[in-house]
Design a protein around this ligand. Sequence first.
Ligand SMILES: CC(C)(COP(=O)(O)OP(=O)(O)OC[C@H]1O[C@@H](n2cnc3c(N)ncnc32)[C@H](O)[C@@H]1OP(=O)(O)O)[C@@H](O)C(=O)NCCC(=O)NCCS
Length: 148
Amino acid sequence: MIRPFSFSDLDLILQIENQSFPKSPYDWATFLNLSTLYPETFLVYTSTSEVSKRLEIWGYIIFSKEGHIISIAVHPQHRRKGIGTQLLQRVIKEPSLKKAWAEVRRSNQGAQAFYFKMGFQIMGVVPNYYGNEDALIIQWTPVPQETY
Ligand SMILES: CC(C)(COP(=O)(O)OP(=O)(O)OC[C@H]1O[C@@H](n2cnc3c(N)ncnc32)[C@H](O)[C@@H]1OP(=O)(O)O)[C@@H](O)C(=O)NCCC(=O)NCCS
């Protein structure tokens, strides 16, 4: 299930974050700030663990209504199950959206492959965006509908 972030999700989100972005994880205060800035578009993917039988957080996405993807991550144990795709579809399925875009580390080939599969393309490069590493700016635009 995908639902809006709530404060009680924070501990599990931080676990995913630290494993997903070991070089530059967001901290507690940053997530709280983002939840205030994007209350409707900070979403979490929840599922019940077959082992613990508890409801767990397996992934999250934060984006602006203009289409800027601020962050997306899926727990390493639950990758390649389509969860990232479901989260990203929440952005690009918005009918009025004109574009969606994200910054990705040049070395993050897994994320690039993920975005390319979803139809994103590289639009530019920001040198040293991450201090010592470039960001690729990747962008998606809707396929124009044929008119008759
Ligand atoms: C990028 C990320 C969110 C993808 O989440 P996910 O749930 O594993 O993605 P999906 O299962 O929906 O993948 C859809 C498709 O994307 C491609 N893909 C996803 N991860 C990939 C990888 N590591 N290498 C190559 N292709 C990949 C595949 O084509 C995949 O389809 P397939 O599994 O049928 O081959 C996840 O790998 C992650 O959290 N990475 C660490 C955080 C990160 O880099 N976030 C992006 C920062 S900009």
